[in-house]
Design a protein around this ligand. Structure first.
Ligand code: PHE
Length: 345
């Protein structure tokens, strides 16, 4: 009896010591099993109680309950401490500073030249033109001959051509060959705009690039005149650059148009007053244009006595540089994110 009582007291002391010493919640769970589990000394005492007298049973039962109560509360107290400490540690480790500035997630967007070309094309679509496209690798016939530029014509040197080695093919020097392809693909009348890359053996400097983008326009119908060209381009300029815009036509020469013109718009920077961006002239040249040469119509079998029209070819980089205030054409091709990120849609 006294032996059993001291066994209970001993087991209780051990359990309380172990509970206080447990370093983690996992340790504490083991302490509970050792002190109160099926194989614990006190459980063995309880299992043997059947052999005791009534009085002894009552006394030992009381001692056991008392011991269990003490152990349970020691375990609960330690569990509270350990849980609080573990939470503190977790918080310290995974601290979130809600006042820290957010991290911006970069979302991709179209290239500024694509945005500019889309804007230009959309304006012509609004006037009833549709989009046509053609290959960047061309034959001499489409790039030159069908456009009234015979072989060995000195004008070919104006557009220093890149040839595809070992073939008769070349990289198109302008989008004008698509005039011919588009006309071949249908019957008149035709109203198309052609965005695309073109290639020339130009240096790569602040104002030149061996690859750049053009938007070609072609309209052929009954009774179209140079006045229609002027009206169309004036409407385009107002839509593109604002209601006060104007266009200026200067005489020029292209083999595939007659008459031909260089087309200027008012400088977007000074609106005509003259500034360093437009070389003090107040005007910016953005495209070549003219009435379609009869020989071009003949090349696709359209009768120039019945059909007439106009064509234009606009430099996308040139417009983009002026409109966006970009001073170096190379910035469009270097893909520096600090530059590109400035031109969202
Ligand atoms: N193809 C000419 C060029 O690249 C531009 C142009 C197009 C001129 C259509 C007149 C008509 O310079």
């Amino acid at each position: 009896m006294t032996e059993t009582a001291s066994l209970i007291a001993e087991a209780t002391r051990t359990a309380l010591d172990e509970a206080r010493a447990a370093a983690t919640l996992a340790d504490l769970r083991e302490v509970r099993v050792r002190a109160l589990g099926r194989k614990a000394p006190m459980s063995r005492v309880r299992a043997q109680m059947g052999s005791l007298s009534e009085d002894e049973r009552r006394e030992i039962g009381r001692l056991l309950n008392e011991a269990r109560g003490m152990i349970e509360s020691a375990l609960a107290a330690r569990e509270g401490e350990l849980a609080a400490r573990e939470q503190e540690e977790t918080l310290a480790r995974d601290r979130i500073d809600v006042s820290a500035p957010g991290r911006r997630r970069d979302v991709g967007h179209p290239h500024p030249l694509t945005l500019m070309a889309d804007r230009i094309v959309d304006i012509f679509i609004g006037m009833g033109f549709r989009v046509a496209e053609g290959p960047e690798v061309e034959t001499d016939w489409y790039n030159f001959q069908a456009l009234n530029i015979p072989p060995d014509h000195p004008a070919r040197s104006m557009q220093d051509t890149m040839h595809v080695e070992g073939t008769d093919l070349l990289m198109r020097t302008h989008t004008s060959p698509v005039q011919v392809r588009a006309m071949q693909a249908q019957d008149p009348p035709i109203y198309v705009v052609v965005p695309g890359r073109v290639y020339r053996r130009d240096p790569f400097d602040a104002t030149h690039s061996p690859v750049f983008q053009q938007i070609e326009g072609l309209a052929v119908d009954k009774g179209l005149s140079f006045a229609d060209l002027k009206g169309t381009l004036a409407a385009f300029a107002r839509e593109m650059f604002g209601p006060r815009q104007r266009v200026r036509f200067r005489p020029s020469y292209f083999q595939f148009t007659e008459p031909s013109a260089e087309v200027d718009v008012l400088c977007m920077n000074c609106e005509g007053a003259g500034c360093s961006a437009c070389g003090r002239s107040g005007w910016i040249e953005i495209m070549g244009a003219g009435s379609v040469h009869p020989n071009v119509l003949k090349a696709v079998g359209w009768d120039p006595e019945v059909w007439s029209g106009f064509a234009f070819g606009l430099g996308v980089e040139r417009v983009a540089m002026r409109a966006l205030g970009v001073r170096d054409i190379r910035w469009f091709y270097e893909n520096d994110q600090r530059f590109l990120a400035g031109f969202h849609a």
